[in-house]
Design a protein around this ligand. Structure first.
Ligand SMILES: Nc1nc2c(ncn2[C@@H]2O[C@H](COP(=O)(O)OP(=O)(O)OP(=O)(O)O)[C@@H](O)[C@H]2O)c(=O)[nH]1
Ligand SMILES: [Mg+2]
Length: 456
């Protein structure tokens, strides 16, 4: 792929470590239709674009904006604004312009011609970040699939830029040759796309097998979800620290960092508070405004895990001025994933960074959702041990809310049932009678059911 996209692939071209690429950001605030509700929202989205550019090793020099009733079909901005951007780019020495939207193939092409520097859109920028972050084979395949799907209809524009700039390959001098090459590229891309789909379906099958195994374990699954950089992985690691397992190794930990999209893979870990008080905790990729649809599709198998959870922990960076907006984006994504019915705890994290000193950790209001589910809010800091205690107890309370308390009389010949209950339930009383052991336990309905079957 490096040969194919050589001229446009900035990340492979940027050789010097620490060398930043100077860029200009550009965005349109569409005043009609379902775009940004307010100027403030629009500006926030541009701040986010800046963060994305920084995360991609770029240095934004200036931001050019325009307010329009609708997007310009040919150029995205009006032509006067495009000239303004071209001027800014040449005066400031920017080598690329980044647009805050998905550009159509023709907009991309027209803008590159007019601006005389390579153009990138928000979608491509997110794809580039995902590409640098992908670690596991699955994530790498998913990102490559999403990127090729995005690039395929845009190949022609990329060839034109390459030719005009003298390009990496000097042989592309005539138009005829360029077209021939474009045809070859399209076929190469199609071939690779089908290869990727095949490989991914193998990986997805492996994931399905793991998931089945987890279902067999009957442990409830709690999924950490939320906007990127909210603190999901930090909470996962704090839980692992607080509830270490016998077989514990450092590699149980997940990667946490102050950057957008630190985590791309789903990691599942077993959290054992005590016997009969256990659950699986999963950490997954974060969400963002306008997450490219190609990525959502490519990451479907990773995100499907969310739809299978018993409880969702929506982690929110409550120190971010726009956190309510992030909550809305997350709720919408959860609904799109078909997980809207799953009970949720909203975890207002990073309380230590909030300016108004509200005490934490604390529990907040319980909202009743449309489906009658009681959703709870808690205020914590992932860096504070008392917060992790509170979080654990709220999780357990939720998970155990449907539990039953039962009495079992277990004949001495059925020692395996006693062992099973000791392992999987919370034993509140135990008496040794002539007929057998009398145990009073609390546990999930399934566990009680299984114990009854073992006794019959
Ligand atoms: N001060 C403070 N910092 C926090 C807290 N929780 C997380 N952080 C920091 O926030 C940054 C992001 O945390 P992560 O856990 O990587 O965030 P994430 O939600 O997993 O992000 P993605 O993987 O990108 O989706 C890291 O630098 C953490 O150290 C908190 O409660 N207080
Ligand atoms: Mg993370």
């Amino acid at each position: 792929m490096a040969v194919l996209f050589g001229a446009d692939d900035i990340l492979s071209r940027r050789t010097g470590a620490g060398e930043k690429e100077p860029v200009i950001l550009a965005g349109v605030w569409k005043t009609t239709g379902r775009d940004f509700a307010s100027e403030d929202d629009f500006l926030h989205s541009l701040d986010e674009l800046r963060e994305l550019a920084l995360a991609c090793g770029m240095e934004p020099l200036a931001t050019v904006t325009q307010q329009l009733p609708g997007i310009d079909k040919a150029l995205y901005v009006r032509s006067g604004k495009a000239e303004e951007i071209a001027l800014a780019a040449s005066e400031l020495g920017a080598v690329r312009v980044i647009f805050n939207d998905t550009l159509s193939p023709s907009q991309l092409r027209n803008l590159q011609k007019l601006l005389k520097v390579p153009v990138m859109d928000r979608t491509r920028l997110i794809l580039e970040i995902f590409e640098t972050r992908a670690r596991t084979r699955e994530a790498k395949l998913q990102v490559e699939l999403a990127k090729l799907q995005y690039l395929k209809p845009r190949l022609i524009g990329m060839w034109e830029t390459q030719n005009r700039q003298g390009g990496a390959s000097g042989s592309m001098s005539t138009r005829g040759e360029g077209e021939k090459q474009l045809e070859i590229d399209r076929r190469t891309v199609d071939h690779r796309l089908s290869e990727l789909r095949r490989e991914l379906s193998d990986v997805t099958r492996e994931r399905e097998t793991q998931r089945k195994k987890r279902r067999m374990s009957r442990l409830p699954v709690v999924a950490l979800i939320g906007y990127t950089n909210a603190g999901k992985s930090t909470i996962m690691n704090a839980m692992l620290d607080r509830w270490p397992s016998d077989t514990d190794a450092e590699d149980r930990k997940v990667f946490e960092a102050d950057m957008l999209f630190a985590t791309l893979d789903t990691t599942v870990r077993r959290i054992r508070v005590e016997k009969g008080r256990e659950f699986l905790l999963s950490d997954t990729v974060g969400f963002i405004h306008r997450l490219p649809t190609a990525l959502v599709e490519a990451f479907h198998s990773t995100l499907e895990e969310v739809a299978e959870a018993d409880l969702l922990l929506q982690v929110v960076d409550s120190s971010d001025a726009h956190h309510m907006d992030h909550i809305a984006v997350t709720r919408q994504t959860v609904a799109e994933l078909g997980a809207g019915h799953i009970p949720m705890i909203t975890v207002f994290n990073k309380s230590d960074l909030r300016e108004e000193a509200s005490p934490y950790p604390r529990r907040g209001l319980i909202e009743t959702s449309a489906g009658g589910e009681r959703n709870e809010n808690i205020y914590i800091s992932a860096k504070d041990p008392a917060s992790i205690e509170l979080l654990t107890s709220v999780i357990l309370e939720k998970l155990e809310s449907g539990d039953v308390t039962e009495e079992f009389l277990i004949p001495y010949t059925k020692g395996n049932v006693q062992a099973f209950l000791t392992e999987n339930a919370r034993v509140s009383d135990i008496e040794y009678l002539n007929e057998g052991t009398k145990m009073t336990v609390s546990c999930g309905r399934e566990i009680a059911e299984r114990a009854r079957k073992m006794l019959s």
